[in-house]
Design a protein around this ligand. Structure first.
Ligand SMILES: Cc1cc2nc3c(=O)[nH]c(=O)nc-3n(C[C@H](O)[C@H](O)[C@H](O)COP(=O)(O)OP(=O)(O)OC[C@H]3O[C@@H](n4cnc5c(N)ncnc54)[C@H](O)[C@@H]3O)c2cc1C
Length: 482
């Protein structure tokens, strides 16, 4: 609980020297018992106090430049400091259709440039966005306005994650008809079938899908484009097609024993643990049984999500095994800190080299090798190098491989002239989203690789603008991506 909220200082100097206002979190012992949101964020009083710390930098403001969607953060934060929460939410919503979601899960690239971070800590922009978006939701102020007269043009959107949602919203607002095709039984992409409820409760995503439906968007779920319906069929039926199919194919580890029972890939583990069973395909409608000791292999946000999930499945000892050091870890440090609070252990500079099973073919141990860091690799991070003779045995009942994702090559293989390149990424012009097929656009993780919700939103906005130009006849020559 927060106590002693002081009256915020009014001068710029004084504000720059004030400490961040703490936000509300559930007690650890309480929150690990369920999959509800662990962080609760701000209330009206604390949000206004935190917003008042912003010194309203002159342009160009680092927060705006650092936000991939270029949210007008100074204006929104100023409105919050004045208690104008709904107006602030509308400023965020003007550039970010997923304000309620990004407020909860974004690693807040915007905060990295905040001048306040040099002293006591950046203004908590993400938590402020979250608070006002929820206020606006409760007030019914997030309705998507659509023009009375339709354009007469129809667009198909494939994939209902952040990229697909953004394009659907942008196009419906411009008067076009939009149908969204989704392979999973429910719309939402990774927001539903990936990010666990303790970071983002499902009802938040469902509210957004309902807003889009109310605005006239049709969602066709349980439908994987490329099999019964081909991209070519959509090209014939619609005036433009958007591919927002994400990067949902999971990397596995090519080491002995990787097919033993008790070894999961990250998404399989997360969806079976987190998602209500009725929202899963029949073959996944079974909760994972984790036993006492769980090892999560990997170092990104997905690994942290898996570890916190295993804690909620009642594992006694959960260890993230990562082959580099904390300095090279790709995930959000705030999420990592929350995981450590929830009794997750992290072992750095280690990697499994073999999974070992019992007579029933169930995992019982991992052979692990210690690592040291060598020269930087192509990613710029120092390469992990195994230390000879350092192998040891770790007893485990369950292992989860959270070692990366790439896009499904399926659409590229099934669609003539739709070009893909490294790791199956769709080849698309990143400024306008044009693929190698005329009338077919793409953005999000399937174009730039696995990244963040806000980067999918930002790239999808650009694709939607170009689709509008194309649908309106303003994009005359089709630009060929190289
Ligand atoms: C476990 C996990 C945790 C994450 N945590 C965070 C976080 O905390 N913060 C953050 O900013 N980012 C996070 N991310 C990353 C973020 O979720 C993604 O970058 C983002 O969802 C990408 O959006 P997208 O629309 O491109 O793809 P997705 O969200 O992957 O959506 C693509 C959709 O397309 C559908 N699809 C694919 N192929 C077809 C087809 N042929 N036909 C029909 N539908 C199809 C898929 O089923 C999916 O629903 C996380 C990712 C994972 C996996």
């Amino acid at each position: 609980m927060i106590s002693d909220i002081d009256t915020r200082p009014v001068g710029r100097q004084a504000r720059a020297n004030s400490a961040p206002v703490p936000y509300f979190k559930r007690d650890v012992a309480d929150r690990v018992l369920d999959f509800d949101e662990a962080v609760l964020g701000y209330d009206a009083e604390t949000a206004m106090a935190e917003a008042a710390r912003c010194v309203q930098c002159p342009e160009p403001q680092c927060c705006v430049l650092n936000c991939p969607a270029n949210n007008n953060i100074p204006e929104a934060v100023w409105l919050i400091s004045q208690g104008k929460f709904i107006e602030a939410a509308q400023v965020f919503a003007a550039t970010n259709p997923l304000s309620e979601i990004c407020g909860r899960v974004c690693p807040n690239l915007c905060q990295q440039g905040c001048v306040l971070s040099q002293r006591y800590g950046a203004a908590a922009i993400g938590k402020l966005e979250w608070f006002v978006a929820d206020v606006a939701r409760q007030a019914g102020a997030l309705k998507i306005e659509v023009p009375a007269v339709k354009s007469g043009k129809k667009a198909a959107v494939v994939g209902s994650g952040p990229a697909g949602i953004t394009v659907a919203e942008d196009l419906i607002k411009l008067g076009h008809t939009v149908d969204v095709y989704e392979a999973w039984p429910e719309a939402g992409g990774v927001l539903i079938y990936g990010i666990p409820g303790f970071k983002l409760e499902k009802h938040v995503v469902r509210n957004k899908i309902r807003d889009l439906e109310a605005a006239g968007v049709t969602f066709i779920t349980d439908t994987r484009i490329g099999s019964e319906i081909a991209v070519d069929d959509l090209v014939r039926e619609y005036d433009a097609v958007f591919l927002g199919t994400g990067a949902g194919v999971e990397a596995t580890m090519d080491i002995p024993g990787n097919d033993l029972q008790g070894i999961y890939t990250a998404t399989d583990f997360l969806v079976r643990a987190n998602v209500p069973l009725e929202m899963l395909p029949p073959e996944k409608q079974m909760r994972p049984v984790v036993g006492k000791r769980v090892a999560i292999i990997g170092g990104g946000d997905t690994a942290v999500d898996c570890a916190r999930t295993a804690i909620r499945l009642d594992a006694e000892e959960v260890t993230i095994v990562y082959r580099r050091t904390e300095a090279e870890m790709p995930g959000n440090p705030v999420e990592r800190k929350i995981a450590l609070e929830e009794w997750v252990n992290i072992e750095y500079l280690q990697a499994p080299v073999e999974f070992i099973g019992d007579e029933q073919g169930h995992l019982k141990e991992m052979k692990v090798v210690k690592m040291t860091l060598g020269e930087p690799d192509r990613s710029g991070r120092r390469r992990p190098v195994p230390m000879e003779g350092s192998e040891f045995i770790m007893e485990v009942d369950t292992a989860v491989m959270a070692v990366g994702y790439w896009p499904d090559p399926f659409l590229g293989e099934k669609t003539p002239d739709l070009k893909t390149h490294k790791w199956g990424l769709l080849l698309a012009d990143e400024t306008i989203g044009a693929t190698s097929r005329e009338g077919v656009f793409a953005a999000g993780d399937n174009v730039h690789g696995p990244d963040l919700v806000i980067t999918a939103v930002a790239t999808a906005h650009k694709a939607a603008q170009s689709m509008h130009a194309y649908l309106s006849g303003a994009l005359i020559a089709w630009p060929s991506p190289n």
